[in-house]
Write a protein that binds this ligand. Sequence first.
Ligand SMILES: [Zn+2]
Length: 246
Amino acid sequence: MQNVEQFKDEFSFLSNFHPCCIKYNGVDWLSSEHLYQALKFDDPAIQNQIREHEFKGLKKFAHSISADFLKQEVFAGRNANGDIVLSRTWRIDVMKEVLTAKFIQHSDLLAKLRKIDGNITEGNHWHDNFFGACYCDKCRNEPKNNHLGKLLMFVRDNLFPEHEKLLIRKQEHSAITSFCEFLSGHKYRSIAKWNGLDLIGTCSDAEIASLIAEYFGIDIEIYHKENDHILQVMKRMNNGISDMEK
Ligand SMILES: [Zn+2]
């Protein structure tokens, strides 16, 4: 069992600062950190400034932007020191979305993520116990939420496993698809249902689909849910379609 304690060396690809182009809202982002920071704001000009910012000082720059520009759902208030508090659910939901976009678009990274069979902890020394777990003395008694590690494990374990099963058996899968296409060219094709020697009917298309799913060991309900999820993510990656539907 391999546990990850820190996002460095061979595991640096897990870091949000790992350079990898992510298409989202129709534009390219340099990293998941760029995208995540930009999504805190509505103003396209601010989003663009973040998008074009170099890696160095990126977080600092994003944090320096006035809280007045934050999306309403991001801002959760201020603590006793007057520091801005961001919504926990927003941070987790949006980080999940960003990571999904990252790993859907980079199957090589998804394959590397899938190879990690143990726990993933974003160990750090900068006191981030929300997304990670700070190992410094001062944070010894702080609860370690490690949400980034948890989200990465979620993506690893839940990102379209049923589709993955089909991909692994791609050649067979394509053979069955082309066979079905061939059959559908024949007007009277059907798969008959028999009870002993009595013909009791024919299979509907849905029944045929569920037979194929059974053959491939696919859970068809989850498969359809994955399809919906993929569709939603693709819409958001490709600018505006979902906005037009509103
Ligand atoms: Zn600390």
